[in-house]
Design a protein. Structure first.
Length: 634
């Protein structure tokens, strides 16, 4: 591997990497970032006897930016140690320790006491560490195990052993912490989570709040001690105590820029008096009247402030609607805000030469989104990866629609079955049922159960980001099983978005789209009666640029030698295949891909993002023409 470095990789502040607030859809003023230098050790023991040196968190040890560049093997343990002191005045009542993601399994301890364990390498998790903190220096340790394809957990494009031509589609594995580690302090009574649902047709927004409420016992103690009093008395009747504990007031303010668009006061309540000690629920539908829709051209956002006791959090939302309907010709189309809409997008892996899945800086994340918008795309299919939340926030702010894949898992795949035969014979991927667990490397029952837990976690974690339009539970049969059940789970969690049930092949006839991956033959489609026709991967044209390649081996579906030759064949794709199929029901196109990655050299840009491979003005013109033709045909 040839080590490339992007311009952003050279700008990383090693004393304060990725300092931005990591959870932009629920913000508090309390924030302490633990990114930076930690100690690390890679051994084959469940304990760290001594540490090997320093690692720059949140970059995985396999990456150049981590300062380690060692692959953690299945038999290894990866250990971390961080000594920290809380900022003066940081503690309110409770302190929460957050991890953006740790790949794949970890045990977390603070000051020698185990906080808990987590399984799954892509989702955020946290611990209440209040009772484990000490004055002065605190010692945080992690023990991580990552078996990549040797375990059934979600792993995405990571692979330890790569053999065969199609193995170029998989990349260097990575382990351990790869998203921001941070802390916040909250009041005893605090907002735990928000669920924000734009109700486009009703001109309203629904806000659901899950909150921690003080236990009845603690409330009684405070009242008895005189911390709370009514009319000068130190105690109030037991029934009043119960009533106080059963409900709390919550105020929600919707802001449109500097203007207050709506303001309501509602209640957070527990289900019964017996449930006083844990979680309260609040739900309110807020009418907005006339509103400004969110679109890629005008990504208008409303700010949201929730005040609950001493706790205050801010968030935001966009008013938009994704659905399926018939156009003026009776053909099924995707609709956005009740109008036919064409998703013109790019397959986006989100990899960086110096840091793999972790962006080196926020500006690096932003660059890709802005570049794709400038080229005339309106959609990113986030492929087999869950990004840091800042990515979705930037898409919301900049106006880029997201199709979100669930990272694949299961055992080691039979590439003949899931890649070679399906690419060559289009019928093959339409004829096989996915309840044959052995064929799809899904025999492990615990792994199948973990998949559903991760899928549910992904939908819940990303639900509030308005830019997300589509959930993609499976791609090309990689670890696929019982896809219709996955769609049912998604529908139960989120009725506001579309589902691409089995992207590419091994279609089980569910979801909202008839998905096509087409790299080897001329595209010709016809309308379907039950689902929208969607081209969800195509292109993959390769063009090597010396000095900007990470590997000597080159992979692409077709190879070209100049920018002009590559652009001419891209133009041919659009003129001979995309445009001609618009009237036949084609309603999306997802080109492969944003950038080169390792052996894959089929990007719009090189891996380091220093060279654009196409004549950009021609791409802009082709995409503008696409939107004009689609509007006329639908």
């Amino acid at each position: 591997m040839i080590q490339l470095t992007s311009r952003w990789g050279k700008q990383v502040d090693v004393k304060n990497p990725l300092p931005e607030y990591p959870r932009p859809n629920m913000v508090r003023d309390s924030y302490s970032n633990l990114n930076g230098e930690w100690e690390y050790c890679i051994n084959q023991q469940a304990e760290a006897v001594e540490y090997d040196g320093k690692i720059l968190v949140p970059f995985s040890p396999e990456t150049a930016l981590s300062g380690v560049q060692k692959i953690v093997m299945p038999e290894d343990y990866l250990h971390y140690r961080k000594v920290f002191t809380l900022p003066e005045g940081f503690i309110k009542d409770r302190v929460l320790l957050h991890f953006g993601a740790v790949d794949q399994e970890c045990t977390v301890s603070l000051n020698g006491q185990v906080l808990g364990e987590h399984v799954g390498g892509y989702l955020a998790f946290h611990f209440d560490v209040t009772e484990h903190l000490v004055e002065g220096e605190n010692v945080l340790t992690l023990c991580v195990k990552d078996r990549t394809e040797k375990a059934p957990h979600a792993r995405g494009k990571q692979k330890l052993v790569r053999k065969g031509g199609m193995s170029s589609l998989f990349y260097t594995p990575q382990s351990g912490i790869w998203k921001t580690v941070w802390m916040e302090s909250v009041a005893d009574e605090n907002v735990e989570s928000l669920k924000i649902t734009p109700m486009f047709d009703e001109a309203a927004v629904k806000v659901e709040v899950r909150a921690h409420m003080m236990s009845g016992e603690k409330k009684v103690d405070e009242i008895a001690s005189g911390k709370e009093a009514t009319s000068g008395e130190s105690r109030i009747p037991d029934r009043a105590i119960r009533d106080t504990c059963e409900s709390r007031q919550m105020q929600i303010t919707v802001m449109d820029g500097e203007k207050v668009a709506a303001k309501v006061t509602t209640e957070i309540t527990t289900n019964s008096a017996a449930n006083l000690s844990k979680i309260g629920l609040g739900e309110v539908i807020i009418p907005l009247g006339e509103f400004t829709p969110w679109t890629p051209e005008n990504p208008h956002l409303y700010d949201l402030k929730i005040t609950y006791g001493q706790d205050e959090v801010t968030s935001y939302f966009g008013m938009r609607k994704f659905s399926v309907g018939k156009d003026k010709n009776g053909i099924l189309r995707f609709f956005m805000n009740n109008k036919p809409f064409f998703f013109n997008g790019v397959l986006d892996q989100g990899y960086w030469p110096e840091s793999l899945m972790t962006p080196p800086t926020e500006e690096a994340l932003k660059y890709d989104i802005v570049k794709l918008k400038e080229l005339g795309y309106n959609t990113i299919r986030k492929h087999i990866k869950i990004e840091p939340d800042r990515f979705y926030y930037l898409c919301d702010k900049l106006g880029m629609i997201v199709w979100q894949d669930m990272p694949n898992g299961g055992g080691d795949y039979n590439l003949l079955h899931v890649m070679y035969l399906t690419n060559v014979f289009s019928w093959y991927g339409r004829a096989i049922k996915d309840n044959h667990y052995g064929m799809f490397a899904r025999k492990d029952e615990a792994g199948r159960k973990q998949y559903y837990e991760d899928l549910k976690g992904m939908v819940e974690q990303l639900y509030n980001y308005p830019s997300i339009a589509v959930w993609v539970p499976f791609n090309e049969g990689w670890g696929q099983f019982d896809a219709t059940k996955a769609t049912e789970l998604i529908r139960s969690l989120d009725e506001t978005r579309l589902v691409n049930e089995a992207c590419g092949w091994f279609d089980q006839k569910g979801g909202d789209m008839y998905s096509i991956h087409n790299y080897l033959r001329k595209l010709k489609v016809k309308p379907k009666k039950d689902r929208v026709v969607a081209l969800t991967e195509f292109g993959g044209y390769a063009f090597p640029i010396p000095g900007h390649m990470a590997c000597e081996k080159e992979f692409g579906y077709k190879h070209y030698k100049t920018k002009e030759e590559l652009t001419a064949n891209y133009r041919r794709l659009w003129e001979e295949e995309i445009y001609l199929n618009l009237e036949r029901g084609l309603s999306s196109s997802i080109y492969t891909q944003t950038s080169d990655i390792e052996e894959e050299i089929n990007g719009l840009m090189t891996y380091d993002r220093e060279e654009s491979k196409f004549v950009e003005e021609e791409l802009k013109a082709l995409h503008a023409k696409l939107y004009e033709k689609f509007e006329k045909s639908s």
